[in-house]
Design a protein around this ligand. Structure first.
Ligand SMILES: [Zn+2]
Length: 141
């Protein structure tokens, strides 16, 4: 998870940094954070179960955040743990099923987020994606 989180943060921060700074500068510094509702999704991707979470602002009709979360075991629905070792291996603590890191890597997480964003927007056509989302997330959806 640490590796995945760092990868996601690195990828998300790099291309969108300039835009985020511009967006932050345009806002009033003392503005309180917008209230958000968490919308949990459920998607299978490459044999893993994901429960992506969107942060939604109902007043502004904006999707302000999106994260894939941890991959889960499709059989047990338990969150997989990343085992230490010579190669990255995600393992179910319940049934012991294991998956190579590539099944749960950055690209898988981004695909899960993109699918989840697409589904949410198609079901809520009056909502838009906020500039707080990373550029790749906004582009994918
Ligand atoms: Zn399992």
């Amino acid at each position: 998870m640490r590796t995945l989180t760092r990868l996601l943060e690195r990828f998300a921060a790099a291309p969108a940094a300039a835009e985020n700074e511009a967006a932050a500068a345009a806002e009033t510094p003392s503005a309180p954070p917008l209230p958000t509702r968490q919308v949990e999704g459920r998607r299978e991707f490459h044999g893993l179960l994901w429960r992506p979470v969107l942060g939604v602002n109902d007043d502004e009709k904006l999707v302000v955040a999106a994260r894939a979360g941890l991959p889960h075991c499709v059989r047990c629905e338990r969150a997989l743990t990343l085992a230490a070792g010579p190669r990255e291996l995600w393992t179910c603590p319940s049934c012991g099923d294991s998956r190579p890191g590539s099944d749960a890597d950055f690209f898988a997480a981004e695909a899960v987020i993109a699918d989840d964003l697409r589904e949410f927007i198609s079901g809520h056509p009056d909502f838009r994606l906020a500039p707080t989302l990373s550029a790749p997330q906004r582009a994918l959806a």
